[in-house]
Write a new protein. Structure first.
Length: 386
């Protein structure tokens, strides 16, 4: 009989691992050790949609229940933000103390990605509750997964099988299905919400702060069940002197051909008669008329009596004005107009025809101007002044 090997001596032979585990497609060797260090990655939506404290505690508990006994969670990375944000905008939240989350936070997803390639990183693997917690859009989710993969850090999810051997292709298939479902769910929810907003507008209901010259007429919700719960909707109605001011602005613009800056000066000369607009926040309210506020009124189609929505891309393009064909209109006037639609359309036509031209016919004073075109401004009448 052969004697047993001496303690500490090397013994050759099969490792007992599967062919998949030892292949180039297998898991990193660090996962084969007795103790594997795990980083928890969590995310919850904005605080007005979810309770961050409760959600994060649940996510962490599910991850702890899913990992093997020899794995230990050593770091916690989590964010309170939308999963639809672009990767460059992720992980920028602050003031997490206000959520009272009893989980020590090592940072957000951006901090996790920065630490992953370092030789001194504190973790070998990352786990999340579900892949939708990483990102709601497949592109961002794949980008995060690829960054971790490049650092030789696997990403697991508690609702997916955690296996260190076996076919990786099957795990990837399930992961991609889950990512597709996550993106479908968020897009489907957004589309349904968008359809509801469009129907809301076509029925004549207002969205957001009433424009200057109107005030909100609050009415019980048309759905009796929601009305019983105190839910309301609002329509627009003229707001006294402010409404008269809006009509006067259009008359000065259309009949007298005054420019926005000249109109602002006339309004500021008698603020009691022509009350200035107020911003949604007191800090932004200036207390007087400006050229931009006058221009904003003359370009707002709600003053024609129609309800209009989607004039600005508040999220996708950071408040830029959408092309008119994207605006959503009510099929007929739904509130008292402050200006006839034909007047609004004519002013819009004039403005569109003269876009990019100077109203006073003067030459461009920019030092890099090389040429001057004699008829560049078209008609130079005051009625067409920008």
């Amino acid at each position: 009989m052969n004697d047993p090997p001496a303690p500490g001596s090397y013994v050759s032979g099969p490792s007992g691992l599967s062919d998949y585990a030892v292949s180039p497609l297998g898991m990193p060797a660090a996962l084969l050790r007795d103790e594997v260090r795990v980083a928890f990655l969590g995310r919850t939506s904005t605080e007005d949609l979810q309770d961050p404290r409760q959600s994060m505690l649940r996510q962490l508990a599910n991850c702890k229940a899913a990992i093997p006994d020899s794995w230990v969670i050593v770091a916690h990375f989590y964010d309170v933000e939308s999963g639809r944000l672009a990767l460059d905008n992720r992980g920028r939240g602050t003031d997490y103390e206000r959520f009272d989350i009893p989980i020590p936070r090592a940072g957000g997803v951006s901090d996790l990605l920065k630490e992953a390639p370092a030789h001194t990183r504190a973790f070998d693997v990352v786990i999340c509750e579900g892949i939708s917690r990483v990102a709601r859009r497949a592109f961002e989710g794949l980008s995060i997964e690829r960054e971790l993969e490049r650092a030789d850090v696997p990403l697991f999810a508690s609702n997916e099988p955690i296996t260190l051997s076996g076919s990786r292709a099957q795990r990837v298939l399930q992961r991609r299905i889950n990512q597709s479902i996550a993106e479908y769910e968020v897009l489907n929810t957004l589309e349904q919400s968008w359809g509801g907003l469009c129907t809301h507008v076509r029925d004549g209901w207002n969205i957001g702060k009433p424009p200057h010259g109107y005030k909100a007429k609050v009415l019980p919700h048309p759905n009796p069940t929601k009305a019983d719960k105190g839910k309301t909707k609002s329509r627009l109605e003229p707001d006294g002197r402010r409404a008269e001011t809006v009509t006067q602005i259009f008359h000065w613009r259309y009949y007298d051909g005054l420019g926005c800056e000249t109109i602002a000066d006339l309004l500021n000369a008698d603020l009691e008669r022509y009350p200035p607009p107020t911003a949604p926040s007191k800090a932004r309210t200036r207390g007087f008329w400006g050229k931009s506020s006058v221009h904003g009124i003359t370009t707002n189609p709600k003053y024609t009596g129609y309800q209009v929505f989607n004039r600005r891309a508040t999220k996708s393009r950071r408040g830029k004005v959408n092309e008119p064909y994207k605006w959503v209109w009510s099929p007929k006037p739904v509130h008292e107009p402050l200006v006839p639609k034909w007047m609004f359309d004519e002013l819009t036509g004039r403005r569109t025809a003269r876009r990019g031209s100077r109203a006073d016919g003067t030459t461009n004073q920019h030092p890099q101007t090389n040429r001057t075109y004699l008829f560049r401004g078209g008609s130079s009448t005051a009625a067409d002044a920008a």
